[in-house]
Design a protein around this ligand. Structure first.
Ligand code: IMP
Length: 427
C-alpha cells in the first residue's frame, strides 16, 4: 500500500509542480490534500508551460487519476476555468475527482479576505487574497459549504442561507460593505454544480482502492511547512496544514500506507508575504537571485523575498514531517555566487540556538553562517551527478546533512527532464 508525499520544506514555491509532474510517471493517483488556489504550481513539459492552482500536477500522465482531497478549499470558478484551460490545450481532465467533503470558497470568502487584510493595516499578513483563510474559518466554525452541499439542490438554499445570515451581518456592520443576495449565490452554485457534478467523488474510497491494488499514490503538497498553521511562523502562515498530518487528514489516508515523505527545498530561500525571514538578503545578491530565478509569485505576481538557505528552518521542517529524503531545486540559480552562505544556527537574545523558535523570537534571530565555495561552471539542465561541479556537489551534500535527510533528486531547470535522480523517491 504505497503512498508517497512531496512536501514543501520552506515557505512554499519550492518547485513542487515540476517535481510532481516528473515523478507522476510512476503514479496512479496524484492528490492535492490542503490549501486552495493560493498555490501556483508551474509545470513545463512536452505539452507546454502550465500554471496550475488547483488541478494536481500529475494530470498530464494518462495513467494518473488526479484527485482534489477533502482538505482542499475549492473555488469552483477557478477550478472550472483551469479545467477549461487544460482541455483547450489538449490535456484530458476527464479522470479528475473532487472530494464531496472539500469546502467551497464562496464569493463572500474572497471579499472577506480582502477586507480583513485591509483592516489589519500595517499588520497585514500579505495573503494571496483568494478567500482561503475565511473558507477554513467557516470550515472550523461549521458554517462551511461543502462540494457535496452543492449537489443537494433541495438543502442548498437552507445551508447557504444560514452561512449568509452571519456573513452579511459581518460585511455590513463590521466592514460597511455590500451584502450578498441569497438568490444570486444559489444561482451561482447551481451553475457550478451543472458542470462539477461528474467529477465529485468519495476520494478516500478511490485512494483506499488504489492502495489495496498496490498502486502508487503521490501526495502533492501545496505551500510549505513554514506556512503551516501549527508548525509554521504563526500568525504569518496560511490557514491549513501543508505538513504530513494534513495529508493524512486531507485525504482520509491510512497513515500506515505512507512509505516515503520527501521534503522539497530550493537551494536558497524565498518567502512571499509578510513575516520573519532571518536569512533575507536585502542587497545585490538578493536582487540577483530574484532576477535570475524570476522570483515573482505564480498566483499574485508579487516579488518574492530572497535569502540564503536556512538550515535551522529546513531541519525543523524535516523533523515535523519525518522527511525520509529531500529534493533540492533551482541549484542552477546559484551559479557564479561565491562564497555561498548557509545559516546553521541563530543567535537569539545573545544565545546560540538550532531550535526553530516562534515568530516573535524568529524576528530577532541573527543568522550564524557557514560559508561554502561557489562554482562558475553552468549546471542548468544537467542530468548526471558526475556532471555537477565539485563545489555544487559539496553544497548539495551539505544541505542534505543539515536537513537530516539524504538528497534523492536535484532539479537543474524547469523542464521535466532537467533532473538528476540519485535515489528513488517512489516505489
Ligand atoms: P493565504 O494562504 O492566501 O491566506 O496567505 C497566507 C500567507 O501564505 C501569505 O504570506 C501568502 O503569501 C502565503 N502563501 C499562501 N500560499 C502560498 C504559496 O503557494 N506559495 C507561497 N506563499 C504562499
Amino acid at each position: 500500500m504505497p503512498a508517497y508525499a512531496i512536501i514543501g520544506g520552506q515557505w512554499g514555491d519550492e518547485g513542487k509542480g515540476k517535481v510532481i509532474d516528473y515523478l507522476s510517471r510512476n503514479a496512479h493517483v496524484v492528490a492535492r490534500y490542503a490549501g486552495g488556489n493560493n498555490a501556483g504550481h508551474t509545470v513545463l513539459n512536452e505539452q507546454g508551460e502550465f500554471r496550475l492552482h488547483l488541478v494536481p500536477s500529475g494530470v498530464f500522465w494518462p495513467q494518473v487519476t488526479p484527485v482534489i482531497g477533502n482538505g482542499v478549499v475549492v473555488d469552483p470558478n477557478v477550478l472550472l476555468e483551469e479545467m477549461d484551460m487544460l482541455v483547450g490545450r489538449g490535456v484530458d481532465v476527464s479522470r479528475l475527482q473532487v472530494s464531496e467533503r472539500a469546502h467551497v470558497i464562496m464569493p463572500y470568502h474572497v471579499k472577506l479576505d480582502l477586507l480583513e487584510e485591509q483592516a489589519r493595516g500595517g499588520g497585514a499578513l500579505g495573503t494571496t487574497g483568494r478567500g482561503v483563510g475565511p473558507a477554513y474559518v467557516d470550515k472550523a466554525a461549521r458554517l462551511g459549504i461543502r462540494v457535496g452541499d452543492l449537489l443537494d439542490d433541495e438543502n442548498l438554499p437552507g445551508v447557504l442561507g444560514r452561512a449568509l445570515a452571519q456573513k452579511n451581518r459581518l460585511l455590513t456592520r463590521m466592514y460597511d460593505a455590500e451584502p450578498f443576495a441569497l438568490a444570486d449565490l444559489v444561482a451561482t452554485c447551481r451553475a457550478w454544480t451543472e458542470r462539477l457534478r461528474p467529477y465529485v467523488a468519495s476520494v478516500d474510497v478511490t485512494i483506499a482502492l488504489a492502495l489495496a491494488d498496490g498502486k502508487n499514490v503521490l501526495l502533492e503538497g501545496a505551500q510549505g511547512a513554514l506556512l503551516d498553521v501549527d508548525h509554521g511562523t504563526y500568525p504569518f502562515v496560511t490557514s491549513s496544514n501543508p505538513t504530513v498530518g494534513g495529508a493524512i487528514v486531507g485525504l482520509g489516508l491510512n497513515p500506515m500506507a505512507l512509505k516515503g515523505v520527501t521534503g522539497i527545498y530550493k537551494a536558497y530561500t524565498t518567502r512571499v508575504g509578510a513575516g520573519p525571514f532571518p536569512t533575507e538578503l536585502n542587497d545585490a545578491i538578493g536582487d540577483q537571485i530574484r532576477q535570475r530565478a524570476w522570483e515573482y509569485g505564480t498566483t499574485t505576481g508579487r516579488a518574492r523575498r530572497c535569502g540564503w538557505f536556512d538550515a535551522v528552518a529546513a531541519r525543523h521542517s524535516a523533523t515535523v514531517n519525518g522527511f525520509t529524503s529531500a529534493i533540492v531545486t533551482r541549484l542552477d540559480v546559484l551559479e557564479g555566487i561565491t562564497p555561498l552562505k548557509v545559516c546553521v544556527a541563530y543567535q537569539v537574545d545573545g544565545q546560540r540556538t538550532t531550535v526553530f523558535p516562534g515568530a516573535d523570537a524568529l524576528a530577532r534571530a541573527v543568522p550564524v553562517y557557514e560559508e561554502l565555495s561557489g562554482w562558475t561552471e553552468p549546471t542548468a539542465g544537467l542530468t548526471r551527478w558526475d556532471g555537477l561541479p565539485r563545489n555544487a556537489q559539496r553544497y548539495v551534500t551539505r544541505l542534505g546533512e543539515l536537513i537530516g535527510a539524504p538528497v534523492a533528486v536535484i532539479s537543474t531547470g524547469p523542464n521535466r527532464h532537467e533532473t538528476i535522480e540519485l535515489a528513488k523517491v517512489m516505489g
